[in-house]
Design a protein around this ligand. Structure first.
Ligand code: ADP
Length: 318
């Protein structure tokens, strides 16, 4: 039996958009074009890719906030539309990028953290108060912080509050959408360490979304690399780092500075802008920027191939 908590299969999501303020013609943004992924119980899957490649769209489909045009999302073996919405909202929680805008500034920390518990009637007023104090301690804050407002905290402390809010309902999956991108580098490691400690304590699975492969490969058991609405490569973090197969993965890895003058980079830096998802290139969407592009790359999208156990790639080179 597999121990998949989340199974995403052939997910498509396209958005109709108008082509200009005075234009009546419509175009289509292909945000997701056939994404297949899984997350096991207790593991962290890192989802990495440049801005606009479809990461947040995927998160919205997983939480059931939006429906796919095609494909399925199964959580604990059951398709998302079959879940009772209130039950699902307990089991899947999110931590967002910007702790300055994701916490209601008019609510005291106690109310921010306890909102879900109150909605789901998870205990008496005094039980909920005690639970909030415990949660604050679990994320490295103090019980008396419950009486303060979010603006009284630093960015890192606010992200700790957001983590406390996310785990208050005992979820199984937490989607972390760029959780440290808005924080100072010195604070990032503290929040990442907190997420790791909390994961072990609460037996959580994480879908960890980021544009930064250095952070993703540091925190994740497995990594999926996304480009223009498609998954290009996925494997265990270690294997992706030591043996990157897709030319796009190599350029992402080479963008991470290595403090060793002897280190040999795999490829030259990416040139050109990311093509628009409104009319993505035919074939492999990376081919216009790929140093190894062949004729077939502009014609057909490559099949998903398993090169080593659990190391998959979509590339005509293989
Ligand atoms: P990422 O999170 O990787 O930055 P997104 O999922 O936010 O990417 O967006 C993927 C693409 O889909 C982008 O081109 C974005 O502009 C487009 N998009 C996302 N949501 C909508 C929407 N509701 N309507 C139209 N286009 C959208």
């Amino acid at each position: 039996m597999n121990n998949f908590l989340l199974e995403i299969s052939d997910l498509h999501r396209h958005y109709p958009v108008s082509t200009g303020p005075f234009s009546l013609s419509k175009a289509t943004v292909k945000a997701l074009s056939g994404v297949t992924l899984y997350v096991r119980k207790g593991e962290t899957l890192g989802l990495v890719g440049e801005s606009g490649c479809g990461k947040s769209t995927l998160a919205r489909l997983v939480t059931g906030l939006e429906s796919p045009d095609r494909g399925t999302v199964r959580f604990s073996g059951k398709e998302i539309p079959l879940w009772d919405r209130s039950e699902l909202s307990k089991k899947i929680q999110m931590v967002f990028q910007d702790p300055y805008s994701s916490l209601n500034p008019r609510q005291k920390v106690h109310n921010v953290i306890s909102e879900g518990m109150r909605i789901h009637k998870m205990g008496s007023t005094s039980e909920i108060r005690k639970r909030v104090e415990e949660l604050l301690e679990q994320v490295g804050l103090r019980p008396e912080h419950a009486e303060r407002y979010p603006h009284e905290f630093s960015g890192g402390q606010r992200q700790r509050i957001a983590v406390a809010r996310a785990i208050a309902l005992n979820p199984d999956l937490v989607i972390c959408d760029e959780p440290v991108s808005a924080l100072d580098v010195s604070v990032q490691a503290q929040v990442l360490n907190l997420l790791k400690t909390i994961q072990a304590e609460f037996e959580l699975s994480y879908l960890f979304i980021s544009h930064d492969l250095a952070i993703v490969s540091h925190v994740s058991d497995r990594v999926a690399v996304m480009y223009l609405g498609r998954i290009m490569e996925s494997s265990a973090s270690q294997s992706l780092y030591s043996n990157p197969l897709h030319p796009y993965t190599r350029t992402l890895l080479d963008a991470i500075p290595v403090p060793d003058p002897e280190y040999e980079y795999h490829s030259s830096p990416l040139t050109g802008d990311t093509p628009s998802p409104i009319s993505p290139p035919e074939g492999c969407p990376f081919h216009p920027r790929c140093p190894h592009a062949m004729k077939i790359c502009s014609e057909t999208f490559p099949h998903w191939k398993e090169m080593e156990p659990e190391h998959f790639v979509s590339c005509h080179l293989y």
